[in-house]
Design a protein. Structure first.
Lengths: 113, 112
């Protein structure tokens, strides 16, 4: 089935450790996005990428890094510089420049202890 | 970025129409109105979108005012499974890669 997959669903890390969240899509979409959601809040954009080997900062990029080496994959690294990393992280993809829907993964809930 | 305003919560009786309003008074001419919903701890689900004409699909109808400053999402026969947070989103295809700008959303509770 076509879709967007995030793994793992739940992730626990100790404070000070970097952690990488996976996002894979087989929809042949050029554009991919990472969002963060805190309890009771809407989603905020961390990074986005419109083509392979290119990505841009979103509204809350500090403490995060990404790569886009393949069209299908857009991993997000939460670094130790991110002051409040515990959150629900959502990945999305869409056709670039088209008024079509963006598809979301099921999210990764990261807890840093 | 154009901003949206929605009521924080609404109730609806099962089987009745749910009408969810959204204000987007600063929307610009090339920005679309999208609606998504999110059930707790899941990824948002696309519902519908439009530019200036009213739209209908198998899930819902979207009514956009002529001046485009507000819109209403209509779920014609709400069921208990429609209980979720509904987000009205303004999207520019050319701003920050077509990002979706989420507000706080409306928490819809469908009651038996």
């Amino acid at each position: 089935d076509g879709g967007i997959t995030q793994s793992p669903k739940y992730l626990f890390r100790k404070e000070g450790q970097n952690v990488t969240l996976s996002c894979e899509q087989n929809l042949n979409h050029d554009a991919m996005y990472w969002y963060r959601q805190d309890p009771g809040q809407g989603l905020r954009l961390i990074y986005y990428s419109q083509i392979v080997n290119d990505f841009q900062k979103g509204d809350i990029a500090e403490g995060y890094s990404v790569s886009r080496e393949k069209k299908e994959s857009f991993p997000l690294t939460v670094t130790s510089a991110q002051k409040n990393p515990t959150a629900f992280y959502l990945c999305a993809s869409s056709i670039r420049g088209a008024d079509t829907e963006a598809f979301f993964g099921q999210g990764t809930r990261l807890t840093v202890v | 970025d154009a901003k949206t305003t929605q009521p924080p919560s609404m109730d609806c009786a099962e089987g009745r129409a749910a009408n969810l309003p959204c204000n987007h008074s600063t929307i610009s001419g090339n920005e679309y109105v999208y609606w998504y919903r999110q059930i707790h701890s899941q990824g948002p689900q696309y519902i519908i979108h439009g530019l200036k004409n009213n739209e209908t699909n198998e899930m819902a109808s979207l009514i956009i005012t002529e001046d485009r400053k507000s819109s209403t999402l209509i779920l014609p026969h709400a069921t208990l499974r429609d209980t979720a947070v509904y987000y009205c989103i303004v999207r520019s295809l050319y701003n920050q890669g077509g990002k979706l700008i989420f507000g706080q959303g409306t928490e819809l509770s469908v009651k038996p």
